[in-house]
Ligand binder design. Structure first.
Ligand code: NAP
Length: 498
């Protein structure tokens, strides 16, 4: 059914073909009650695991847990799978679940506008127009690289690129390389770059906490065991999940669990870094857990190599090949790698979604307008003024201590429940809408803000990408263990909807 002859219609349109979009698509394909399409701006599925191909890229959540519960894989190569293996897992998911004919590649969402008269979303994309009764955004929170505003960066005479757009054509062999940032990506790539580069300078704005990484390859016997006895695979997943859940206590300000975690990290640092000057420079000055705690056995040893310099201040300016730090040091570099993270709190797709209400400018209110002081949603998924819109990986739907895939699956359960609910289940005919009330969204947000207030994310004395700089609110993480997100938001309840 299409109200416009030139636009393609589906009951549900999903934006993005990463973990979230493919998971949602798989659910819809298996249920086979609604037509659906997935719009993907790239030419391949995989989201962040397609884009991040830097040396050393891997997951720091155990593979058994960092995969769909409904598509277990018995033959993961390692406890922490390399990025390319996860990207392959997602390609295989799209193929074997029959999703490929439903994916429109090279199709970037330019605008989605709610048509209140028809009860439809009208989409303008780089690949034509679409209409849908239900819009699901699954565009990720680590999909828009963030570059720092450094004077003169554009004048850099050498090669410069972001970790999420690795230039495999640029050799680092024998060259002078700078890495800006010391987050999860940098910690994974620095050891590999240190081996290739003649000189490596790591620009550290703030030191991360790092704990040992218990990685190893699975043996053939173990893989055979998982394949022949799927119950052992499910048990391993469950064990990893509940072990990770214990880690949430580390995020509570002043907890004994946080103190033990800090001791583990500082003990690791002490054991791996002998030089007192380097040791002092890489000792964090904020509470553990305030930002993501990293896992590595080879980052500190890489910093101690003779060809590596840790510069304990951010890049301040660039003048052709000369890179100056805020601490006043100057380095001549051939390659500058930006390990500077992503736009997480102000998701770029939000300015492209126009809801039912009128904004301050008299035009339609965009999701970005609605979120002008930080992201909010009821059940971390639905937003007042945006009927039949469901957001995966949006407000407070991420985790700092357990697998993001478990959160995605909970949100998929919620959306599937909404789609099965009365009016949305009716196909064709009079289009119906589900819109959450403003009160429900506000009450849910207030509850989450209160729960966040006792976490180290707000009290730990760091700057992190979990906080919205406009309001200081913590808008990224679920302020509790993952199983409480499942208990609260795993089942669709129509009560708060108009
Ligand atoms: P990130 O955690 O946001 O780290 C960005 C780094 O860049 C930080 O160290 C930041 O310093 C630094 N930075 C930003 N602007 C700077 C400037 N002007 N000068 C110097 N330094 C600057 O980004 P990421 O490392 O790409 O990781 C993003 C997220 O991706 C992770 O938290 C994680 O969720 C995910 N990830 C996961 C894995 C995995 O194994 N599962 C691997 C890689 C990434 P400050 O710390 O001072 O802000």
């Amino acid at each position: 059914m299409s109200s416009s002859t030139s636009s393609e219609y589906a009951d549900v349109i999903i934006v993005g073909a990463g973990f979230a979009g493919l998971g949602m698509g798989t659910r819809l394909a298996r249920e086979n009650t609604h037509s659906f399409l997935i719009l993907e701006r790239a030419t391949e599925v995989g989201g962040t695991w397609r884009d991040n191909t830097y040396p050393g890229v891997a997951c720091d959540v155990p593979s058994q847990l960092y995969s769909f519960s409904f598509r277990p894989k018995p033959d993961w190569s390692r406890v922490f799978a390399p990025g390319a293996e996860i990207a392959g897992y997602l390609r295989e998911c799209a193929r074997s679940e029959g999703l490929l004919p439903c994916i429109r590649f090279s199709t970037e969402l330019l605008e989605a506008r709610w048509d209140d008269r028809q009860g439809l979303w009208r989409l303008t994309t780089s690949g034509g127009d679409y209409t849908a009764r239900v819009l699901v955004t699954a565009a990720g929170r680590l999909s828009e690289p963030r570059l720092p505003e450094v004077p003169g960066l554009g004048s850099f005479a050498g090669d410069t690129f972001h970790t999420a757009a690795w230039r495999h054509d640029v050799s680092l062999e024998g060259r002078r390389v700078g890495v800006v940032g010391t987050g999860a990506s940098a910690v994974q790539l620095v050891p590999a770059v240190a081996e290739q580069a003649a000189e490596l300078v790591v620009f550290q704005r703030s030191a991360p906490y790092i704990v040992p990484r218990g990685d190893r390859a699975y043996t053939d016997d173990e893989k055979r065991g998982f394949r022949d006895h799927p119950d052992t695979l499910a048990a391993a997943r469950s064990e990893y999940f509940w072990a990770a859940e214990e880690g949430f206590a580390q995020k509570l300000d002043g907890s004994a669990s946080a103190r033990r975690h800090r001791d583990l990290a500082l003990g690791h640092l002490q054991a791996q870094v002998e030089d007192p000057i380097l040791r002092s420079a890489v000792t964090p000055d904020y509470q553990i857990g305030c930002k993501r705690v990293l896992f590595s056995n080879d980052y500190y040893p890489a910093l101690a190599r003779p060809n590596v310099t840790l510069e304990p201040s951010p890049v301040a300016s660039v003048d052709e090949s000369r890179v100056r730090s805020a601490g006043g040091a100057e380095f001549d570099l051939d390659v500058l790698i930006m390990a500077t993270g992503f736009h997480t709190t102000q998701l770029p797709f939000a300015s492209r979604i126009v809801g039912r209400n009128t904004g301050a400018d008299g035009l339609g209110e965009t999701l970005a307008d609605h979120w002008s002081e930080g992201m909010t949603a009821f059940a971390s998924t639905v937003v007042y003024g945006f009927p039949n819109l469901f957001i995966i990986d949006g407000p407070n739907a991420s985790l700092g201590h357990n697998s993001a895939i478990t959160m995605i699956e909970t949100q998929i359960d919620y959306i599937a429940g909404a789609l099965a609910f009365g009016t949305l289940a009716a196909q064709g005919g009079h289009p119906e809408v589900l819109e959450v009330s403003a009160t429900a969204e506000a009450e849910y947000t207030a509850e989450l803000d209160a729960d966040s207030s006792s976490t180290v994310w707000l009290t730990g004395g760091c700057r992190s990408w979990y906080l919205d700089s406009r309001s200081g609110r913590q808008t990224l993480l679920w302020p509790g263990p993952a199983h409480t997100f499942q208990a609260k938001n795993g089942v669709f309840d129509p009560a708060p909807f108009r």
